[in-house]
Design a protein around this ligand. Structure first.
Ligand SMILES: *Cc1c(COP(=O)(O)O)cnc(C)c1O
Length: 367
């Protein structure tokens, strides 16, 4: 193939888009940075792993079953979720992680010339999928680390199809309470699709935090995302879902790839839902270690953004990529945030005490 024909074949929005480069596997990183252990504090995973019942079913998975296709629409999991949330099972679509359901929604509603609206400093996949699919992403600056309701509403035009809210927001941990979310939905008044991404909702214990799924009846243009990757400890199996009104979900179903969710993920997710004690255990750990980090970061004179969720952002007086390399050589992996429009911030996943100690010792040594 000549360079000319490649040039001709590629749409301009793909030409100007840079691929996201994920981090290398742990053994490669350990060898490169010369560390023998590695605390992964970069992806907001649950350090306690999946709930025990989910671990058990993974252990018992009969290898021959790998030859058989999974349920194409996660039948039993949808039944279970429908019962849990008092919905019809057809109001739920399961995907290969919440990441995949983002693509379902954008594909179902956007065409050439359309746009989506979200924040500038939030989970970047909404923006990325829109852009590499050829749609405009309108990014509204956060206001004091919060999604800006008025800013988002003023960005809406005749070609706006979807508004994405991350609640609580990754990476700032801020959230809209029930009143604020309902006010926003009242203003949109059913003219656009509103997605509320609740990837971290199980970590929020505040009374006024809204359960988006309970609002679907009242707001048929509302779609809620949830994932098994964070609280439920199943990130490696890739499973997440969306819930919405029947009419809206029936449209999205047309843009959805069946068989993308594997058998083991479906079965582990089903069992993970039944373990409130695992959630309580995880939240106790998160609370204790946040208190420890609060004390230690304050002692080090660092400013930080610590709100809901199992993560904290820390502002460094030095380059975040330099800090990343230094921390990696001590076996601590954090997320650099310059690429996410937070220059020289790092994001840290809350993890067991020894990991948090290693992080603080590392920061102390670098600064
Ligand atoms: C991690 C995360 C997701 C994606 O989760 P997967 O189910 O692993 O694809 C979605 N939204 C937010 C805000 C996240 O932090």
């Amino acid at each position: 193939m000549t360079a000319d024909s490649l040039e001709r074949l590629v749409p301009c929005y793909i030409k100007s888009f840079d691929a996201y480069i994920p981090s290398k596997p742990d053994p490669e990183l350990k060898q490169f940075f010369g560390c023998s252990t590695l605390y992964r504090l970069n992806n907001n995973e649950n350090p306690l792993g999946p709930p025990p019942a989910a671990q058990e079913i993974i252990k018992q998975f009969a290898p021959y079953r790998a030859a058989v296709y999974p349920s194409g629409d996660s039948y039993y999991l949808r039944e279970k979720l429908a019962e849990k949330f008092q919905l019809h099972s057809d109001q739920i679509l399961v995907g290969n992680g919440a990441n995949e359901v983002i693509t379902f929604v954008i594909k179902a509603f956007c065409e050439a010339g359309d746009n989506i609206v979200t924040a500038d400093k939030t989970f970047a996949v909404y923006e990325w999928v829109a852009i590499f699919s050829g749609y405009e992403a309108r990014l509204v600056p956060l206001k004091d680390f919060y999604f800006d309701e008025d800013g988002m509403l003023t960005q809406i035009d005749a070609r706006t199809k979807i508004l994405f809210i991350c609640n609580p927001n990754n990476p700032t941990g801020t959230y809209w309470n029930r009143e604020k979310l309902c006010h926003f939905l009242d203003q949109v008044d059913g003219r656009q699709i509103v997605v509320v991404d609740e990837a971290y909702c199980e970590f929020v214990e505040k009374e006024d935090f809204p359960d988006g799924i309970s609002l679907i009846d009242r707001y048929p243009n509302l779609i809620v995302f949830r994932t098994f990757s964070k609280m439920y400890g199943l990130a490696g199996l890739r499973i997440g879902y969306l819930a919405g009104s029947l009419d809206v979900v029936n449209i999205i179903r047309r843009a959805c790839v069946v068989y993308s969710v594997n058998t083991l993920a479906q079965e582990a997710a089903l069992l993970a839902l039944d373990d409130p004690e695992h959630i309580a255990r995880t939240n106790r750990l998160v609370k204790e270690e946040k208190a420890y980090l609060h004390r230690e970061l304050t002692r080090l004179g660092l400013s930080f953004v610590m709100n809901e969720g199992n993560f904290v952002m820390v502002k460094l007086p030095i380059s975040d990529t330099f800090a990343y390399r230094k921390l990696m050589s001590r076996g601590v992996m954090v997320r650099t945030m310059t690429g996410f429009r937070y220059p020289n911030y790092i994001r840290i996943t809350i993890a067991p005490h020894e990991a948090m100690e290693a992080l603080i010792q590392g920061l102390e040594a670098i600064l």
